[in-house]
Ligand binder design. Structure first.
Ligand code: URA
Length: 288
């Protein structure tokens, strides 16, 4: 590599600082991609998405080609309007008859742009047969690298909270509203959330927990179909109603990442989890 002139070095450092402050915290490829040059070849025609026949029939896109540029427009998806992606997500999710099938369908779904930048899909951890299901917002960096929910700092706090009420991941099932990490850990857009909604709703329906916990505002809003903020919602039981009409008692509470930033509010989350413990005991027929 030729030496870099001192003024160029300073300009590159400024550019990196700008990227970091804008939330771009990691490089996805070894080489930059010239998207202007790539566009004419990779952009599919709007009227005729070039999906392979199997993918076109099932709505499940073929696995990514190894040699394809990471940012090439996804085959058969880019030309489909977002509303159609949400409809397709609904149809695909409804067709899943088991959690394994749902995971497979979701892995083949190319309708959410977050999949393009995520390293791994984060579907679930824990025991789907356990009585409790916890739903977070979206994977962060650690979760994206490992492909498992809540394995970073907020996951460690979540494990400590569960331990405090006598539970661990063998008794609880954990998932997120959105299964792909938003770049730079930004909040998923309403559209991304709506496109992913049918999958988490079906995941809950198939796991069929006795009690649900919504971790943080975005999860609580989606699961409870409300626009109220989490500080107003938390601590009060509500019902999550599945597509098939089953009501699942749901406790909205503060997100562990929020608790790490606001430790004074841990006492509120503690109260919420005591409620969860009591409800689980009642449902199990244990009066103590
Ligand atoms: N925050 C979430 O909402 N989910 C995770 O999996 C990790 C952090």
């Amino acid at each position: 590599m030729p030496p870099i002139a001192p003024d160029m070095r300073a300009r590159l450092r400024d550019l990196l600082e700008f990227y970091a402050s804008a939330g771009v915290d990691e490089a996805l490829l070894e080489q930059p991609v010239d998207r202007f040059a790539a566009r004419p070849e990779t952009k599919p025609a709007r009227s005729a998405p070039a999906a392979p026949p199997a993918a076109a029939n099932s709505g499940i896109a073929a696995p990514r080609q190894e040699e394809a540029p990471r940012f090439a427009a996804p085959q058969g998806s880019a030309a489909i309007p977002d509303e159609a992606q949400a409809n397709r997500a609904r149809e695909l999710a409804a067709a899943a008859t088991s959690l394994d099938e749902l995971r497979e369908i979701l892995a083949g779904f190319d309708g959410c742009n977050l999949k393009l930048t995520a390293k791994n899909m984060v579907f679930s951890d824990g025991n789907p047969a356990g009585p409790l299901m916890l739903v977070g917002e979206a994977p962060g960096r650690d979760e994206d690298l490992e492909g498992l929910p809540f394995v970073g700092r907020s996951g460690q706090l979540l494990d400590r909270i569960l331990a405090a009420i006598g539970l661990d991941r063998t008794a609880a099932y954990i998932a997120n509203v959105v299964p792909w990490r938003p770049p730079g850990n930004r909040t998923p857009t309403p559209l991304e959330t709506e496109i992913c909604r049918p999958f988490i709703e079906r995941q809950i329906e198939l796991a069929s927990p006795r009690v649900l916990v919504a971790l943080g505002g975005p999860s609580a809003k989606l699961l409870l179909n409300t626009t109220d903020g989490i500080l107003r919602l938390r601590g009060n039981w509500r019902m999550h109603v599945t597509r098939s009409g089953k009501s699942i008692p749901t406790m909205p509470t503060l997100h562990p990442a929020y608790l790490l930033r606001n430790p004074a509010h841990k006492k509120l989350a503690w109260r919420d989890f005591l409620e969860v413990r009591a409800r689980l005991k009642t449902l199990a027929g244990d009066p103590h």
